[in-house]
Structures are given as C-alpha cells and as structure tokens.
Design a protein around this ligand. Structure first.
Ligand code: FFO
Ligand code: GTP
Ligand code: K
Ligand code: MG
Length: 465
C-alpha cells in the first residue's frame, strides 16, 4: 500500500458538470504537471517556482496543442490534504477533456490512484488519524442530518482525542510499573496501586459507554429499521403508503396481499427510518405465503422498532395482549397501533387494561386510510430514538472495528484488575497493560494496524478520495 509514486485521479463526479477537478499528489506532482502547463500570461513562468496555496491560470498542453484553459492550484508538502506536494487542475467539465488530461498525466509517468489512496496518504503522513480517515468515508456516505453530524464530529477528532487521553494516562502507569522493576531489590512502589485502580474503573466506565453507543450509532448511520407487523388485512401496506405519502405497496381487501417484504426510507427530523412492510402473520395458505411469513420473523429480529398493527374493529384484547407479550420479549422498541378507527364506534380503541398491562409500549390509534394520526406516529418514532440517543455531546461509535477494539480493551482491563486483586507482580501487570494499550492504539492507528485492516478501511473509498 505504501509507496512513493505520484498519483492522479478525477476528484469530481465522472460525467457532466461545469468544472472538473483532477488531483495529483506525490513528490513529482509539481515538476511533472509543470511539463504540461503553459502560463496564459508569461510563457516563461514555471509552476516549479509557484508558492504553496497559489492558483495559476494557464493551458493544459499536449505538445503544441491546447487541451483546455484551466486553473492550477499548488499545495506544497506538508501543507496539503495528503501532506505531499499536490496540484489540482480545474478544467472545463467535458468528459473528453477529463479523459485527455488523465491520459496526458499517465503518459508523463503519473499513475492512476487506487480507491482511498489520497486519504490513506493523509493518514500515513499524520494529517489525520485512522478514526478521522474513517469519518471522511462516513461523511461522503452520509445521507441524513444525523449521520452527517456523527461523521463531522468524528472527523474533527472528538472520539480519538478521548481515546488518546486515556491511553496516555495508562502509559504513565505502565512506565511507573516498569520503573519499579529496575529497583526490584529495594521493593518500592512508584505506581500508586489505588490510584491506578481508580483509573481502571474510570476507563472501564468510559469505554463501556462508548461500546454501548455503538448499537445506537450504527442504527443512525444505516437508518432505523422499523418493521410493520400484524395479521393479514390489518392495513400494514396502507400504513406504509401513508408514511411514504406514495402508493408504494399494493393494498387490497384480500388477505395475504403482501408476500415479499417491501422496504422504504423516509427522513423524520434528520433521522432516516427504514420502514419494512411485511407479510401478515397467520397459518399460511401456500408455500409462497409461508416463505413470506418466515421472512416477517426475520425482519422482526433485525428491526430496532416494531409496529404491531391491528384492525381495531375485529381484534379482541386477549389477541392483542398475546401478540404484544410475544413481541415484547424480543427487546425492541414496541408500538401498539390500533388501525381503522375511522369506522369504529368506541371512544378509544385501545382499552385502559391493555395500556396498564403494557406500560413500556407506545400506544396509538390511527386511520392509515384517512391519514389520521400519522404525524403523531412519526413524532413518537423520532421521540423514541432521541430517548435512546445519549447526550448531544457524547461520542457515538458507529464503526464495528472500533467496537471490537473497545471490547478487547475492556476485557484486558478486566484481566488487569483481576491480576491486581491477586497481587500479581508489577512486571506481569505491565505486560497486561501494554496489551490493553495496543488495543486502544488500534483505534486511532497510533499502533501499527494490520495491513489487511488498512486495506479494508481505505478500499471502501471511491477512486479520487
Ligand atoms: N479542491 C479541494 N477541495 C476539497 C478538498 C481537496 O482536497 N481539494 N478536500 C479533500 O478532502 C476537502 C478539504 N480538505 C483539505 C484539508 C487540508 C488541506 C490543506 O491544504 N491543508 C494544509 C494547509 C492548510 C492552510 O494553511 O490553509 C495543511 O494541513 O497544512 C486542503 C484540503 C474538501 N474540499
Ligand atoms: N376503513 C379503513 N380501512 C382500511 C384502513 N387501512 C387499511 N384499510 C383497508 O384494509 C384492507 C387491507 O389493507 P392492506 O393495507 O392491504 O392490509 P395489509 O395488512 O397490508 O394486508 P396483507 O398484506 O394482506 O397482510 C384494504 O381494503 C384497505 O383499504 C383504515 O385505516 N380504515
Ligand atoms: K390485504
Ligand atoms: Mg400488505
């Protein structure tokens, strides 16, 4: 992965656009581009003499032929995105010009960049740590206000600063314990064991909170999955359509209309919700319907929120209670939603007894068909998610690699504490501490990270990033 090549790629979208940016990075970026550059004003002026962070109007030349009139931006190492010499050529956004310039660059010995190679170089040259590089990928992929906010926070280094600070405190203790070894004859204790125990406890609680934030963070990043389940003809597909404000799913008065699951995303208050319309649950009529029902249970397992929907006119309390009982066991946020209240005569479709028995469940009465209380349903959905979200300023972990490192560190801290309880000698403790430090270092990349892991992280980027 690591090399000294000078690389180039299109930084802007492939295709039409008013302007296209081609980015060149590496030790020969400026001298090579200088070969195809001709100043618009004084043909003698060379890019080699340009100052960092200056922009130059000139021609891209293919021998004696003008390819385009373009802007050339110069960034001199280490003051660039990658930390290397960088030139950006802003051309007119023609596909022909883009291709021609890239071809020219290849011809003079600049190779095409691999996916994520610019950001990898930025990481490698210390312009950002690994969590920040990962945040760049998340930022590009962010499609909602919430996921954007988390990525920006991570890119600014909130998470890694917290980890780095904790690591430093650990390093101090490890160093003190190792120092004791040099004086082992004298039986001294430089590292105050009580203080160290306090630090471990503090670390444990911070790391645990970070690890716990993952479940929430991941849901925010990928959209909150909400499964709409219930008996055939409850109005599940009608509800999906009402939420989407679009006739997405087929609605009919025939039981078993929906056979395959349908999934659509809407944004409520900047958070993406992935609504999943499922096949109604009953004794299946045929094989296809049975497969559909099996899929429903799978969707229930993968959902963060379950909306149990029933026809308020024909569903008895004991049926509702049975369903809620079963669904509640699955440890999800549960909504009990009575539908078709447009045709019911009851004052309230959901009885006090049900509300009393299921206090942790959100109860709502709606008419999917008349779009009654759909806004209230949306408000309750976002409210439940915000309840799950911790403090605004709390760091949220969205990356499974970080979660793994956090969990490894946590179990290692458990081991250190156990060792201290057993009166383990300082040298053995120090070894366990070093191991915990390594796991923590993996998160920010301060400690050598496996080449495979780096490959996976940066391979996910698009070309030109
Ligand atoms: N044209 C362009 N726009 C872009 C990028 C880019 O590479 N090129 N970026 C790519 O993702 C983002 C901005 N990131 C950047 C980060 C650092 C530097 C940079 O030159 N840093 C120097 C000097 C800072 C200064 O003095 O103003 C440094 O860190 O020393 C440039 C872009 C988004 N927009
Ligand atoms: N009156 C009334 N009828 C509704 C309401 N919601 C749905 N319906 C009707 O109930 C019938 C079934 O609706 P669907 O949305 O197909 O029900 P479903 O739960 O998706 O049914 P399956 O996919 O077969 O499991 C249709 O005739 C709808 O028009 C409502 O709020 N009020
Ligand atoms: K139906
Ligand atoms: Mg349906």
């Amino acid at each position: 992965m690591l090399n000294n090549d000078t690389i180039c790629a299109l930084a802007t979208a492939n295709g039409m656009g008013a302007i296209a940016v081609i980015r060149i990075s590496g030790p020969e970026a400026i001298s090579k581009v200088a070969q195809i550059y001709q100043s618009k004003f004084t043909s003698t002026k060379s890019l080699n003499d340009a100052e960092s962070h200056t922009i130059h109007l000139g021609y891209v030349m293919d021998g004696d032929t003008i390819v385009d009139e373009a802007l050339f931006s110069i960034f001199k190492n280490p003051h660039s995105y990658t930390g290397e010499d960088v030139v950006e050529i802003s051309t007119h956004g023609s596909i022909y010009i883009q291709q021609k310039v890239l071809e020219l660059l290849n011809k003079i010995g600049i190779r095409n960049a691999d996916p994520g190679e610019y950001t990898f170089r930025a990481f490698w040259n210390g312009k950002m740590d690994l969590t920040q590089a990962e945040a760049v990928a998340d930022l590009i992929a962010s499609d909602s206000k919430a996921s954007h906010e988390i990525a920006i926070k991570q890119m600014r280094g909130g998470f890694s600063n917290q980890i780095k600070d904790l690591r430093e405190q650990m390093i101090n203790f490890a160093a003190l314990m190792e120092l004791e070894l040099d004086f082992s004859e004298e039986d001294v204790e430089f590292a105050d064991r009580t203080q160290f125990y306090d630090l471990l406890n503090k670390l444990q609680s911070i790391l645990k909170r970070l690890a716990d934030s993952f479940a929430f963070g991941n849901v925010i990043k990928n959209g909150v999955p909400v499964a709409i389940v219930g008996a055939p003809n409850a109005g599940k597909s009608t509800l999906l359509n009402a939420l989407l404000n679009e006739e997405r799913a087929i609605v009919s008065d025939i039981e078993g209309t929906t056979r395959d699951t349908i999934e659509e995303t809407i944004y409520i208050d900047g958070v993406g919700f992935r609504f999943i319309d499922t096949a109604g649950i009953r004794e299946a009529g045929d094989t296809i319907e049975r497969i559909g029902i099996e899929k429903t249970f799978e969707k229930i397992d993968n959902a963060s929120i379950i909306i149990y929907l029933y026809d308020a006119n024909i569903t008895a309390d004991n049926q509702i209670a049975n369903q809620l009982d079963d669904l509640q066991r699955r440890g999800k946020i549960l909504f009990n939603v009575a539908n078709k209240i447009d045709v019911t005569n009851n004052e309230s479709a959901i009885t006090a007894a049900i509300k009393q028995e299921f206090k942790d469940v959100v109860h709502l009465e709606i008419s999917a068909k008349d779009q009654f209380n759909i806004e209230a349903l949306k408000e309750n959905l976002i409210h439940q998610i915000k309840l799950k979200g911790t403090n605004q300023d709390d760091t949220i972990v969205t990356n499974s690699r970080h979660l793994e490192a956090l969990q490894n560190t946590l179990s290692q801290i458990g081991k250190i504490k156990q060792g201290m309880d057993m009166g383990l000698p300082g040298d053995l403790l120090a070894m366990d501490i070093r191991e915990a430090l390594t796991y923590l270092g993996h998160i920010t990349g301060e400690i050598d990270v496996d080449q495979d892991i780096l490959g996976t992280i940066f391979g996910k980027f698009c070309i030109g990033k």
